[in-house]
Design a protein around this ligand. Structure first.
Ligand SMILES: NC(=O)c1ccc[n+]([C@@H]2O[C@H](COP(=O)([O-])OP(=O)(O)OC[C@H]3O[C@@H](n4cnc5c(N)ncnc54)[C@H](OP(=O)(O)O)[C@@H]3O)[C@@H](O)[C@H]2O)c1
Length: 226
């Protein structure tokens, strides 16, 4: 039995990946503050295989015990750090204190704590993967996206260090590219210097479906696993 943990499955890329993992017959632990009705139904039907752990990542949860249960009897386990927020959008100097603290918690503190708990719970020598779903924004400054750029850059560096420290675990930063999700809708409604570009790309039909992106990530990083 292969086991998977994933954050932020209520919608977008996380929902598409959750569906693939559940359909694949794996053990799945989903962490998030809410779940879709069909996800709750799946967990009710198969409570031993599909577990939903309710947590607001703005107040990062302690998940080591949940990971110990995930690893129990699994031949390998694979963590997908997917949940993130793009807001607040605005120039540095205009951000509110609470929004700033919240975005850092969701995008950076929570993934760091969750990866730490995952690696701590891993039985020695057991095959494992950690995917940090990042963004092109981690490596280029975008005006109005200071928090998103900085938290993705920080999350990437944390996972680069983890990869050096744990050479026997596959730890990868993954840029999924643009996807037609709630996050893109937020960008189309937001005020920042490059906003028109996001509206035009959407109107030209250039934004991929998250289900296609999920299939690509799954086949590239999650299919040829032990
Ligand atoms: N969409 C793009 O174009 C794009 C491009 C590059 C990278 N990415 C990255 O891809 C990943 C998935 O993005 P997406 O487009 O699928 O985003 P999305 O549609 O906005 O979905 C984000 C997911 O994260 C969860 N989440 C947000 N805040 C949370 C919190 N405080 N606690 C728990 N869960 C929380 C959401 O749950 P709720 O329903 O509870 O809010 C939702 O399930 C993200 O890491 C994003 O940065 C996206």
């Amino acid at each position: 039995m292969r086991a998977f943990a994933i954050t932020g499955v209520s919608r977008g890329l996380g929902a598409a990946l959750f569906t693939l993992l559940v359909e694949g017959g794996h053990r799945v632990l989903a962490i998030g503050r809410r779940f879709a009705p069909e996800q709750e139904e799946a967990a009710r039907r198969e409570p031993d295989r599909i577990r939903l752990h309710t947590a607001d990542l703005a107040d990062p949860p302690e998940v080591r015990t949940a990971f110990e249960a995930l690893w129990d009897g699994a031949e390998s386990a694979h963590l997908i750090q997917n949940a993130a927020v793009v807001e607040p959008i605005g120039a540095i100097g205009t951000l509110t204190r609470s929004e700033l603290v919240r975005a850092v918690a969701v995008n950076q503190t929570a993934p760091m704590l969750i990866t730490n708990d995952f690696l701590a719970a891993r039985p020695e020598g057991r095959p494992a993967t950690v995917l940090f779903i990042s963004s092109g924004a981690a490596t280029r400054p975008i005006q109005g996206w200071g928090l998103y750029c900085a938290t993705k850059a920080g999350g990437e560096m944390f996972h680069l260090v983890a990869a050096e420290e744990h050479p026997d675990v596959r730890i990868v930063n993954v840029n999924p590219g643009r996807m037609d999700t709630g996050m893109q809708a937020v960008l189309r409604g937001a005020d920042f210097p490059d906003a028109a570009h996001y509206i035009e790309a959407y109107e030209r039909g250039e934004i991929p479906d998250p289900a296609d992106v999920a299939r690509r990530i799954h086949s590239e990083f999650l299919s040829p696993l032990p």
